[in-house]
Design a protein around this ligand. Structure first.
Ligand code: SF4
Length: 287
């Protein structure tokens, strides 16, 4: 099914964040063609009258996002001028349509031109981020990261349907590191089967270190009802034992067991854990 692309106007794009370590978020798009099976952002469909089940099949392009961002930024008071700004919390800033619309790039250009002093965070699953290396070099305080959930390209393709292959993401991180950027990885969701196959997480952390990453966020899987429904539908054909592991992922014993594994492996690989703990706070998700 072709992705539905629709242009819309946005009043504001710089929005106060309730994520734990960022002040503002910017989402130039509503919807995300990467269509990850575990995506918590599928609730965003209610703002554009799209059913949750249709997540991944549409992108609403806020075509005036750069102008709106410039306006919003100008309205920040002097005290907020050092606030951290993050792209993006409920969409991927470098999904396919960005090649045409360049909204993420336009927003970054605004921040570069203003020599914006606050942290500018990027998180993506796309190698398209490399296109904007020239802008990142002109941004005062960039913080660039990629989501990496597995080193298995086939599993990545299954769960993160249209995102860049994991191997490509790792080589993208390597290129960003070689450019001198201090990169991070977002290991989220922490795939439940790592509990039973910790060697796979060991390999993942090792690959991150090889790619120049020194810091990670790690997040437990979010199994709110609407996410569980989509994810379990994706896993319909999976082996019963795999389905069972995922179905029982949102329990305290499971999280505790994984926390222990994560702590040991972070230590082994010398990786720093941002926020000092494995994230499990559903209420942090931006609405
Ligand atoms: S890339 Fe992020 S926003 Fe897009 S579908 Fe995947 S998890 Fe959701």
């Amino acid at each position: 099914m072709p992705i539905k692309i629709k242009e819309i106007e946005a009043k504001h794009v710089l929005v106060k964040s309730n994520l734990p370590d960022t002040d503002y978020v910017v989402n130039p798009y509503t919807g995300c063609e990467f269509g990850c099976a575990y995506c918590y952002a599928s609730f965003m469909g209610r703002f554009v009258n799209e059913p949750i089940g249709n997540w991944g099949n549409y992108v609403y392009v806020k075509k005036n996002a750069v102008e709106a961002f410039r306006r919003d930024l100008a309205q920040l008071g002097p005290k907020s001028r050092r606030s951290s700004i993050f792209l993006s919390s409920v969409t991927d800033p470098y999904q396919g349509v960005e090649a045409k619309y360049k909204l993420t790039r336009g927003i970054l250009e605004v921040l570069a031109k203003e020599a914006y002093p606050g942290e500018v965070g990027i998180l993506t699953k796309s190698s398209m981020v490399l296109r904007d290396i020239d802008v990142f070099h002109r941004i005062v305080n960039p913080d660039i990261g990629m989501t990496i959930t597995t080193t298995d390209d086939a599993l990545g393709r299954f769960l993160e349907v249209r995102a860049s292959a994991t191997s490509l993401r790792l080589s993208t991180l390597k290129k960003l590191s070689a450019e001198g950027f201090g990169t991070y990885a977002f290991v989220g969701p922490l795939l439940p089967h790592f509990r039973y196959e910790p060697e796979l997480l060991d390999k993942l952390f090792g690959s991150l270190v090889d790619s120049g990453v020194r810091q990670v966020y790690v997040e437990h899987i979010n199994m709110k009802a609407y996410i569980r429904e989509r994810l379990m539908k994706t896993l319909e054909q999976a082996r019963p034992e795999v389905r069972e592991v995922y179905a029982n992922a949102d329990t305290e014993p499971h999280r505790k067991e994984l926390d222990k594994i994560v702590a040991e492996l972070l230590k082994k690989h010398g990786l720093g854990l941002r926020l000092k703990e494995v994230i499990y706070h559903k209420e942090w998700m931006d609405k």
